[in-house]
Write a protein of this length. Structure first.
Length: 317
């Protein structure tokens, strides 16, 4: 099938198709199938955040984002036409900006094609199931893109660090996860994984902003507050997770997320490079003349309906 061959092509080198089409991404990929992995073998995550990163101007950011939106539309048409199945996983530190990039990816797309899977705490029944079972229910059908805002990697991160799973369950996950992902890819699913890396200083700034801003306070959960005291524990958990799950068939791609807008452009650009989509020629849409309203049709009186008056926000005070 076409989408099955597309997934196979992805594992070889999908980026050759668009060489030079996009600017070079500053995504540090730790995937063993990437040439940059060998060149940056001695670079640590601390080195990744040594140089302060400035945000782009609003004009420049919106200009680049618009270009990417047009490409995302092309990707969407290719996915629906070829019945491809795409899964993108977003993991990373709390307040690293995962939700921001997911929002920008979905903004220009059809929600029936591209949807978000953000699972909450498992129910008592789900806790008795095979660990991956509740995630399988959210995998895409043909012609769909699913963005996992956190994923089955909860077990390697928050569940392990906060003691929500046993050591035996944790070790079993590290063993089973590469096999599970290999199974998904063999079935024809295009699987791409991102880790959003943010320095502890930047994370602290974002935490404080969320605590003080009533529009963002909902983003600061009790679990986020507990994680502030476990920076090292989360770092160790992430290192172990990468050691076991950064595989040839499903590598992790690390995004420097200290500058949110740069990280968004970076991630979307890289995502477009990794999927072997092509422009799909769509049929021309021709709109005929509108039919005239029949003379015998009389619309109901306004006073029979609840018409919303045009009030200003000052009247709500």
């Amino acid at each position: 099938m076409l989408f099955r061959s597309a997934a196979s092509k992805l594992n070889k080198d999908a980026t050759k198709r668009d060489k030079g089409k996009f600017k070079k991404c500053d995504v540090l990929s730790t995937g063993p199938d990437e040439s940059s992995h060998h060149d940056s073998a001695n670079i640590t995550h601390d080195d990744l955040h040594k140089q302060p990163r400035e945000e782009l101007s609003k004009k420049q950011y919106e200009k680049e984002l618009k270009k990417l939106y047009l490409e995302l539309i092309k990707l969407q048409e290719w996915v629906t036409t070829t019945q491809a199945r795409v899964v993108v996983i977003f993991e990373g530190r709390d307040a690293a900006g995962k939700g921001g990039v997911i929002k920008r990816i979905t903004e220009p797309l059809n929600p029936r094609v591209c949807r978000i899977a953000a699972l909450g705490t498992p129910s008592p029944k789900e806790k008795t199931q095979w660990y991956f079972q509740r995630y399988v229910a959210h995998l895409p059908a043909g012609g769909e893109i699913v963005l996992f805002d956190r994923s089955w990697y909860n077990r390697a991160g928050v569940e392990h660090v906060m003691g929500f799973c046993s050591d035996e369950e944790y070790k079993e996950f590290l063993h089973a996860c590469p096999e599970f992902e290999h199974l998904l890819i063999r079935s024809g699913i295009i699987l791409i994984k991102y880790w959003f890396s943010v320095s502890d200083e930047v994370q602290e700034e974002r935490f404080r902003e969320r605590a003080e801003n009533p529009l963002k306070r909902w983003k600061l959960s009790p679990m986020d507050l507990k994680s502030r005291d476990k920076w090292v524990e989360y770092s160790k958990a992430k290192d172990t997770m990468f050691l076991h799950t950064d595989t040839v068939h499903a590598p992790w791609h690390v995004v420097n997320a200290d500058a949110k807008e740069r990280a968004r452009l970076n991630c979307i650009t890289h995502l477009l490079q990794k999927i072997p989509y092509q422009s799909v020629k769509l049929p021309e849409i021709k709109l005929g003349k509108r039919k005239k309203i029949p003379s015998d049709y009389v619309r109901p009186a306004i006073n029979t309906q609840h018409i919303r008056s045009e009030e200003h926000t000052s009247e709500l005070q």
